[in-house]
Ligand binder design. Structure first.
Ligand code: C2E
Ligand code: CA
Ligand code: CA
Ligand code: CA
Length: 279
């Protein structure tokens, strides 16, 4: 038994060691990737069910010639440990603005959201690596939405108010991503001038499984609360027609998920966008 425990510990240590090596390699490769412009942005269409308008979420993609496809959930945390997250953010914001500029037929009347890392939730950093990039591109801020998480706001609510007010004054939309996963207190919603919330996928994935009444009730409650507070509600991770139908009947404004479309490269969006209206 004792040996077993030791060997498990050894195994864990080796694993941790390997993780450190992996992260160091990834960090070095990411540094090169930024230099060699290996990052791209995919767009996931979102459907506003009231207006039938399509909006987008920009999601970074890294196809590394050395590491293969590295998912953002793997490399964003590594970037966040260093200042590389600043370069990644600038690269994403720059690409989104370029795409908006060069593809007005898709983006002119749409809102495209960009995920903001917690590591940039600092007035000076947002200014240097986000706002400034948009300004230089000449893109109207109202075409861009900033997705932030509850955690970011609640870590320092005073700073949160300052940042949100600044973004709003400039004309950006601001929404809460992954709504419902971290804070049971809803009081904070009153303190910030937000445009909307995105109900986390974990709630959505439950609502059609055998018509789970409790989960439907939670989503129903979130949507009603959002309406009362005049917030726009998006459901993320919608994969089935049943989920789509339940959410629209509950009054959800916007649907995002594989049911509607996966995140796609811009070229693909251009060639398939008319199909989205078949729903
Ligand atoms: P997120 O912001 O919650 O983004 C939604 C994630 O869910 C995306 O994964 C998207 O591809 C996936 N998704 C969309 N619809 C469905 C669905 O119907 N079913 C399922 N199972 N998944 C769906 P992705 O692109 O791998 O991104 C993962 C996370 O990485 C994002 O979560 C976000 O936190 C982060 N991320 C992605 N792009 C960026 C970026 O440009 N900057 C920053 N800071 N973070 C990013
Ligand atoms: Ca997001
Ligand atoms: Ca999300
Ligand atoms: Ca998420």
């Amino acid at each position: 038994k004792r040996e077993g425990r030791n060997s498990i510990r050894l195994f864990k240590t080796e694993n941790q060691h390997q993780t450190m090596i992996d992260e160091a390699i990834m960090e070095a490769e990411l540094y090169k990737a930024l230099d060699q412009d290996e990052l791209t942005v995919y767009y996931q269409p979102k459907l506003n069910v009231r207006t039938n308008r399509v909006h987008y979420e920009a999601l970074v993609r890294w196809f590394s010639p050395v590491l293969g496809t590295v998912p953002p959930l793997k490399f964003i945390p590594v970037a966040e440990n260093t200042t590389l997250i600043q370069d990644v953010t600038r690269a994403v914001v720059y690409k989104v603005c370029e795409d908006i500029k060069h593809t007005p037929e898709l983006f002119k009347d749409a809102v495209t959201s960009i995920n903001l890392s917690a590591a940039l939730f600092e007035p000076d950093l947002i200014d240097a690596h986000f706002i400034q990039v948009v300004r230089e591109s000449g893109i109207t801020p109202s075409n861009i939405e900033v997705e932030i998480t509850e955690n970011m706001l609640m870590k320092d609510p005073i700073k949160g108010v300052e940042i949100i007010n600044h973004l709003k004054e400039l004309g950006f939309r601001v929404v809460i991503d992954d709504f419902g996963v971290s804070y049971s207190s809803l009081n904070y919603l009153r303190s910030f001038s937000l445009d909307g919330i995105k109900i986390d996928r974990s709630f959505i994935s439950q609502i059609d499984q055998h018509h789970n009444e409790k989960d439907i009730s939670i989503v129903h409650f979130i949507i009603q609360l959002a309406k009362k507070l005049d917030l726009y509600v998006t459901a993320e991770g919608v994969e089935t027609k049943e989920q789509f139908d339940i959410l629209t009947s509950l009054g959800c404004d916007e649907i995002q998920g594989y049911y509607f479309s996966r995140p796609l490269p811009l070229e693909k969006i251009k060639s398939t966008i008319h199909h989205f209206f078949d729903y």
